[in-house]
Design a protein around this ligand. Sequence first.
Ligand code: GTP
Length: 416
Amino acid sequence: IPDEEDVRKEDNIRSLTMLDHFGFECLPHQLVNKSIQQGFSFNILCVGETGIGKSTLIDTLFNTNLKDKKSSHFYSNVGLKIQTYKLQENNVQLKLTVVNTVGYGDQINKEASYQPIVDYIDAQFEAYLQEELKIKRSFIDYHDSRIHVCLYFISPTGHSLKSLDLLTLKNIDTKVNIIPLIAKADTLSKSDLQKFKFKIMNELVSHGIQIYQFPTDDQSTAQVNSSMNGHLPLAVVGSTDEVKVGKRVVRGRQYPWGVLQVENENHCDFVKLRDILLSTNMEDLKQQTHTWHYENYRCCKLQEMGFSDVGPNNQPVSFQEIYEAKRQEFSDQCQREEEALKLKFMQLVKEKEATFKEAEKELQDKFEHLKRVQQEKTMQLEEERRQLEEEIRDFYKMKAASETLKTQVCTNIKKD
Ligand code: GTP
């Protein structure tokens, strides 16, 4: 049988080779190329008690050694340690920001422990909102530090959630995607772990705490994600140590009775967590952060600033109308404040004037009094002088009379 090529040659038919993709089917490739060029960023917040295994888990997830030193148990307040790393896998670059709590759960009074976490999440939203409100925005090189996921580390007590866990989770559940994890799950037996997971989920539901729901509307991830929802909270074990199991070298924790393999799905849920975070749901976590949590923040913030989509009579109002109204309101308020300030100033001036006048009057009275005293003294002195002069005159008179008398007596004596 002659092959196709020979037939074509005989019929003188030109054969065409298939070119690469063309037409708008190339759009996804453009996006992929652009994304690879730009690189990816991902921000993780790890909340959990000191020494619960936060850094070890992050190291295990990203197969690195990011941890520097152990935190102390003696901080008076909860703090946050923010570290950004540039990681590369093949030609994909990832800018990873890890925010770890420091001193969480170490204080006697734990009431304010969640506040620094809430403040940090809000501050990142505020920074993004400020960038959005700028006239000259630069989102191309803007480092978006909004938290995409919060890994909440639950102590493996086997009992229930602590009040601090509930308090913190309740305060952040509308601000961030929460994935609850049972830390150091190797310390719990299989049956205890199942019971603990069930108890935690019941507690979360009864306290109305919303955790991240793995989306099931995308066909490619629906199956994985719906099964993931049933595994929450994920029981994780972290370790970067390499242990020999038979002929294989695996990452795990060696115990006197055996080896716990971190990447063995029968031993713990680490692989499930890694798949969620890195393979299937990273984009969804970022999208949820932007379209749900950030939108929530932005909406509340703009409402606080007096912006609204509808006017007082439920009529739609434009941004410009609200801006003009706000500007007018602000200018009226400024004017009112200016008037009030002027009035206050005038009153102060009047008060000061009255005080000065009173002081002036007092001074005048004092001056008059002194003048009178002075005049009296002068008159008294005048009187004394006049009396003295009179006395002098009398004295001279008397002296002249005595002189005359003396002369007469002498003349009489001579005559005799
Ligand atoms: P700070 O940053 O200091 O608050 O600690 P951390 O929460 O980052 O804990 P870290 O990862 O430093 O781990 C503390 C200790 O727990 C280390 O000795 C780890 O080897 C150990 N550890 C970490 N993960 C696990 C785990 O899954 N199981 C067990 N049994 N130990 C673990």
